[in-house]
Design a protein around this ligand. Structure first.
Ligand code: 13P
Length: 256
């Protein structure tokens, strides 16, 4: 089954609104072609509406880096998925930095996923093991448990809107990426096959799964050549126009 690759730049806590808008304006025409690849950028909340306005009418989509499940209410500092709806197509949830530093739980990731789907948006659900878990041989079991928890109560029909990003924590921002083959193996056994058990072959075979963790122009082809990897969630390399453009070009060439 053909799956449209998706490359999403996660800007994390980088780029002020003026920088973010200038970057988006420079990037959009450079990636205007490549129709067979979805591409998105995820600015900070502070820059999100300005970037969405700057990109309106372009093929570059906007993602949020998080979103609260309640529509509104007494949740100081949070931004709801409902509020995000006019501005974004995707919402990243469960990023390991939020899980590690901000107590993001599997339960909240699941609540957020359901709220995102209920608003007609698409969640990018990030999962991945720590170095200690990896070295202890617990990767598949742990990632599988994250996938199961995140998807609890989500219908097979809604799964068509879900993207899962496998990001081994030890590969994030370290320059130490997993090999393409290893990432593909884990993605298949811990993510795609888990979804196959929870749903069916059709859902599993159409699910888009990204790899994330030190993805750069130099290793992108290796990841995109893998049968189970349908794109990338990119931190550092998404902060440079030339690098991010190259990633999209490579995805279009290899997967197209
Ligand atoms: P890096 O590409 O900087 O390793 O970050 C990956 C990531 O966490 C994307 O969400």
């Amino acid at each position: 089954m053909a799956r449209t690759p998706i490359i999403c730049g996660n800007w994390k806590m980088n780029k002020r609104p003026d920088e973010a808008v200038a970057f988006a304006r420079e990037l959009a025409p450079k990636v205007a072609e490549f129709g067979n690849v979805e591409r998105a950028v995820a600015p900070t909340f502070l820059a999100l509406t300005a970037v969405a306005d700057a990109l309106r009418g372009t093929a570059l989509q906007v993602a949020a880096q998080d979103g609260h499940w309640a529509a509104e209410g007494a949740y100081t500092s949070e931004v709801s998925v409902t509020m995000l709806r006019p501005y974004v197509s995707y919402v990243i949830i469960g990023h390991s930095e939020r899980r590690a530093y901000l107590n993001e739980s599997d339960e909240n990731v699941n609540r957020k996923a359901k709220a995102i789907l209920a608003e007609g948006l698409r969640p990018i659900i990030a999962v991945g093991e720590s170095l200690a878990q990896n070295e202890a041989g617990e990767t598949v079991e742990f990632v599988r448990s994250q996938v199961m928890a995140a998807l609890a109560g989500i219908s097979a029909a809604d799964m068509a809107e879900v993207v899962i990003a496998y990001e081994p924590i030890w590969a994030i921002g370290t320059g130490r990426s997993a090999s393409g083959e290893l990432a593909d193996r884990i993605i298949k056994s811990a993510v795609r096959d888990t979804v196959r058990e929870l749903y069916d072959d059709a859902v599993a075979d159409s699910l888009r799964i990204q790899y994330g963790g030190s993805v750069k122009p130099g290793n992108m082809e290796e990841f995109m050549s893998q049968p189970n990897i349908d794109g990338a969630l990119v931190g550092g390399a998404s902060l440079q126009v030339a690098d991010f453009t190259a990633l999209i070009e490579i995805a279009a060439r290899v997967k197209g």
